[in-house]
Every structure is written in structure tokens, then in C-alpha cells.
Design a protein around this ligand. Structure first.
Ligand SMILES: [Zn+2]
Length: 216
């Protein structure tokens, strides 16, 4: 199965990507992993990407796309894959479609993890990070009443990334970028939405049920 996973920050996408890929016995291919592999492997694309990253610049689309193409050409991806973090926008989706057509294949499904904004805010803005050991606690899920780390006694704080205003802004950016991508795949007739609220295992189970009709 050739699958793309999309979902907002705080939807547990990384975890679901791993579980779903392992259930389907296909490689999970995330742009983060591809970047790290190219940079640590010292490939030409990795060196190029590193130049941009070292300057604090965004890695250009062409470099990302070339890395994705290389990765999808590897032998373990020939019978299927789960892509996480690519495509990010409609132009990338169109490039991916062409790329796969050149390989003589196509995407089977795009799975969208659906969580409403308030739930994402509850999940992310409730996180508290230990200033000493880095462990993350949650005010609701861990029933954390004080700002002291139960593991090491360090002081807990809220990372800027987890502040409600920042989370809402990230969600807006996500919606702006992803709404057109989601409609693109809806038009292609391969979009499936899965409710991503609730325990991790339940979400995986829902995802597997949604994918059922598409598996052989
Ligand atoms: Zn700690």
C-alpha cells in the first residue's frame, strides 16, 4: 500500500505513522528521517541541505523532492510506503503524483488524522517540560498540580512552542497549507479521514479499519 499521512501538530502523527507502517509491513518514510540520513551519510543532497540549514535557511523544495525520489527508489519501498511530512502543499503533491507515475505506480490512499483545534490546544498547551531532565509532563493527563518534576525534582516550565497563542498560530499555518492539500486528495478520490481523539491504540485501530478496504 502506498500511503500519505497528514494531520495537525499535536495529532500524534509520528506515533501513528510508526504503528500503521508496522501493521502494514511497509517502511515509514518521514522527511525528518530522510534529511538526517542524507546529512549523516554525507550524500551530495545532504551536503547541500546542510549548507541551507547551517545558515538557518529553509531547504529548497528541489532538494527535498530529490531526497524523496531517492528514498522511494530504494528496494524496501517498492511494494509500498507510508509518507509522513511530504507532500506539504499542492505543488509538492503534483510532483509526487508525477514521480510515482514515472515509477509506474500511484498513491492508494491519503489518511487524514482529524482532531479539532481545541483538543490540540488542550494537548499541547498542557505540556510542561522539566528544566533539569527534559521530561515532559501534562497538567491533565498526568494530573500535574505543581510545577516540580516527579522524576528529578527539577522545575517545570511551559516551552514557548507550547503556549496557547503559539499553538493556535501553528494550527492556522497548518490549516492554510494543508486545507488545499486535503481538497486536492479529496478530488482525487483517495482521502480518508480518521478521528484522532482518544487513546493512541484506539486511533491506530480506527486507522486500520479505514484502510481495510484498500489492503489486499
Ligand atoms: Zn526532571
Amino acid at each position: 500500500m502506498r500511503l500519505v499521512l497528514v494531520g495537525p501538530p499535536g495529532a500524534g502523527k509520528g506515533t501513528q505513522a510508526q504503528f500503521i507502517a508496522s501493521n502494514l509491513s511497509i517502511p515509514k518514510i518521514s522527511t525528518g528521517d530522510i534529511f538526517r540520513a542524507n546529512v549523516s551519510g554525507g550524500t551530495e543532497l545532504g551536503k547541500l541541505a546542510k549548507e541551507y540549514m547551517d545558515r538557518g535557511d529553509l531547504v529548497p523544495d528541489e532538494v527535498t523532492i530529490a531526497m524523496v525520489r531517492d528514498r522511494l527508489s530504494e528496494s524496501d519501498a517498492q511494494d509500498g510506503f507510508l509518507l509522513d511530512g511530504f507532500p506539504r502543499n499542492v505543488p509538492q503533491a503534483e510532483i509526487l503524483k508525477k514521480m510515482l507515475a514515472e515509477f509506474g505506480v500511484a498513491l492508494d490512499i491519503v489518511l487524514e488524522l482529524v482532531v479539532d483545534d481545541d483538543e490540540v490546544v488542550r494537548r499541547l498547551a498542557g505540556r510542561r517540560t522539566c528544566s533539569q531532565c527534559g521530561r515532559i509532563w501534562h497538567v491533565d493527563f498526568d494530573d500535574k498540580k505543581d510545577d516540580v518534576c516527579d522524576a528529578c525534582g527539577g522545575r517545570l516550565y511551559q516551552r514557548d512552542d507550547d503556549k496557547e497563542q503559539t499553538v493556535r498560530h501553528r494550527l492556522e499555518v497548518y490549516q492554510e497549507q494543508t486545507a488545499p492539500l486535503v481538497s486536492f486528495y479529496a478530488d482525487e478520490g483517495i482521502l480518508v479521514g480518521v478521528d484522532a481523539t482518544g487513546p493512541v491504540e484506539e486511533v491506530t485501530q480506527r486507522a486500520m479499519e479505514a484502510l481495510g478496504p484498500f489492503t489486499d
